[in-house]
Ligand binder design. Sequence first.
Ligand SMILES: O=C(CO)[C@@H](O)[C@H](O)COP(=O)(O)O
Ligand SMILES: [Fe+2]
Length: 231
Amino acid sequence: MTTRINPSILAADFVNLQAELARIATADLVHVDVMDNHFVPNLTFGPQMVGRIQDVSPIPLDVHLMISDVDRWAPGYAELGAYSVTFHAEATDEPVALARRLRAIGARAGIALKPGTDAEPYLELLSEFDQVLVMTVEPGFGGQSFMHETMPKLRSVADAVRAAGLDVWLQVDGGISTDTIGIAAEAGADTFVAGSAVFGADVPAERIAALRDLAASHRHEGAHGPGSLKS
Ligand SMILES: O=C(CO)[C@@H](O)[C@H](O)COP(=O)(O)O
Ligand SMILES: [Fe+2]
């Protein structure tokens, strides 16, 4: 079973991003948080900056869009070559149409659910997505505490993915550390975003390896598919 560790560059030094990317080259994907100070009360960067990150990154991009008007903006991130583009369910009335557009461009399509958003309406639509992101904090900021109360929702998505026999990656994001990654892995996650836990380490590669080992040793029995990165 594949376990993916995706460091979030929200916790990196923005003035030295190329060097920061080199420090996490042993990770699976680099998680890129796009925030518009509207969907969330914080601001990061847009397509121009993400395009430059794409140019210099040693590993593929996992773009997490925390923006409004996502139907307008998300396809541009797929066009610039992001491996995976995840938009929030709360930001569109047409999640399936948007996911199809992203896939047609060649990106993996992800749907993200805030802690207060029910997964139930999306369980019938799982084949339309390559990834479901269950937020384990309120989106907007790094360094927050893991919300244990999101685990039943993660379990319900994991059960639905397994029952349907799909290879949909289950991602968690927010407060993931060596203390919490096992809890999310046991609940069915296979793809783990970690910002402060990775960039706060003296040697990020060692922290990435430790997180990967912990997740793998806690992986949910019978969790779904191998799913290689380049599939
Ligand atoms: O999307 C977000 C926050 O909204 C995340 O990707 C954070 O960047 C995770 O940071 P840590 O909680 O791991 O420090
Ligand atoms: Fe994120």
